[in-house]
Ligand binder design. Structure first.
Ligand code: SF4
Length: 437
């Protein structure tokens, strides 16, 4: 989501006639689109801002802007107070105010952040925001404070944007939303009357609209979405995973594999419900690759609870997991409870123990990923080629696995068939298949 926000920032600055510079030293404006998911990201932002102050000697009028999650969640101004040398500090929802703040005279006020056209880096692949903000308030998470409450984009606007992308040669779209599968269409009347999901589930209905094989829609070869929430995944959405352009990958954040921890995290499902859901998804789409997010060392997590996460991982047999060590984020429900002296919400696991758990989980993930990747040996996968360096092309398969093969740069932006000859842990190596000819 932040990556896509950066494209919107670039789009807005471009419309004000600002162009990217090759080197930061040449810049008149430096924008930092910050992330608050972990303390480490915020520490990095602090470091960068401090470092950029040296450029002020060379550019007296340099403007340093910080947007994104740090200002978004900084309701009481504590973070701003700590950071010195920032000229503009605002949450991403206030992006439309940037021209005014920069002093643009012909400023045409756009009320909504979603109405700013992103400047995309890549014409074959695009992020498409369908929702922003979140109402879930997981106890560890700063997003609802940083990005505000959930807002869903009209179906008509989404289809118009994807149509434009398709006519410009886009082959792959990733629908974005904080809880993407809780999408609620503000304009249901714009669903096709023949849409079989339109009375069942808005997100499945949106996927159906984008998966049609007529006109511009057939140009979109791959549809991905992130991030979904297990509590909203229903039968209609499971069925929609089988639609023809859906990628063979699902990112389904679990966050933990222990029921007591999940409850404390304010995640509204149990490990049993999650495992049952995975079974149903695999029944509908047996080869689907499954990814998740997991947090270790959440407030008071016991060794037994952590073992439950390891066991849960084995049961779900994930292809990939993005694992994080819990770090308290000020302003969240967990941090507020801890501050108020609630014992169960104290960030009580020592850092060394958190790291040990992270490594143990990482090891399990690596072993599982390597084992699961072996099934691709001698198989042909379709790769969306993203780059080519020194004669080696790389890109993701429909399972969102990184694939590398010998090829030329004219393949960038194309989907090609590749036969896998050496599946490794983080990359499937292969050769371009004769099936392309
Ligand atoms: Fe944060 Fe939970 Fe919302 Fe995801 S669903 S953005 S983790 S509050």
């Amino acid at each position: 989501m932040n990556k896509h926000d950066s494209e919107r920032i670039a789009g807005l600055l471009n419309s004000l006639n600002y162009k990217p510079t090759a080197h930061i030293i040449q810049a008149d404006i430096i924008v930092l689109n910050s992330c608050s998911v972990r303390q480490a990201s915020e520490d990095k932002a602090f470091g960068l801002i401090k470092n950029w102050q040296q450029y002020r000697n060379k550019k007296k009028n340099l403007i340093i802007i910080v947007t994104g999650c740090m200002p978004g969640r900084d309701k009481n101004g504590v973070l701003k107070e700590k950071i010195k040398g920032v000229d503009l500090w605002f949450g991403i929802d206030e992006l439309p105010m940037l021209p005014k703040r920069l002093g643009g005279l012909d400023y045409n006020f756009k009320k909504d952040y979603l109405s700013i056209a992103p400047l995309r880096q890549n014409s074959a692949q695009a992020f498409v925001t369908i929702q922003t903000g979140c109402n879930n308030f997981c106890s560890y998470c700063a997003v609802p404070y940083a990005r505000g409450r959930e807002r869903n984009r009209p179906v008509r606007d989404i289809l118009t944007e994807v149509k434009k992308l398709a006519t410009k040669g886009c082959l792959e779209i990733t629908l974005l939303g904080q809880v993407v599968n809780r999408y609620i269409a503000p304009d249901r009347k714009n669903f096709n009357p023949k849409n079989p999901f339109k009375t069942r589930d808005d997100f499945a209905a949106l996927l159906w609209e984008l998966n049609q094989s007529a006109g511009w829609r057939k140009k979109i070869k791959r549809i991905n979405f992130t991030a979904s929430d297990p509590q909203y995944f229903n039968e209609a959405q499971i069925e929609a995973l089988k639609l023809p352009s859906q990628v063979n990958y699902l990112h389904l954040p679990a966050q933990n594999g222990d029921n007591a921890v999940l409850k404390k995290m304010n995640r509204k499902y149990t490990r049993e419900q999650y495992i049952k859901l995975v079974k149903k998804i695999r029944l509908a789409r047996p080869d689907i690759a499954l990814g998740t997010d997991l947090i270790v060392g959440f407030c008071g997590e016991t060794k037994k609870q952590f073992k439950n996460t390891l066991d849960f991982y084995k049961k779900c047999d994930f292809d990939i997991a993005y694992t994080a060590i819990y770090s308290e984020r000020s302003g969240t429900a967990a941090a507020k409870a801890a501050k108020a002296g609630v014992k169960t919400f104290q960030d009580s696991i020592p850092q060394l123990e958190k790291k040990r758990r992270w490594h143990e989980l990482q090891e399990l993930m690596e072993k599982t990923t390597f084992r699961k990747n072996q099934k691709y040996l001698d198989k042909i996968v379709e790769v969306m080629v993203e780059k080519c360096e020194n004669g080696i092309c790389s890109g993701n398969s429909g399972e969102m696995k990184l694939v590398q093969f010998l090829g030329k740069s004219n393949l960038i932006g194309k989907i090609v068939k590749v036969k896998i000859t050496r599946p490794e842990m983080w990359v499937l190596r292969g050769e371009i298949s004769e099936a392309n000819v």
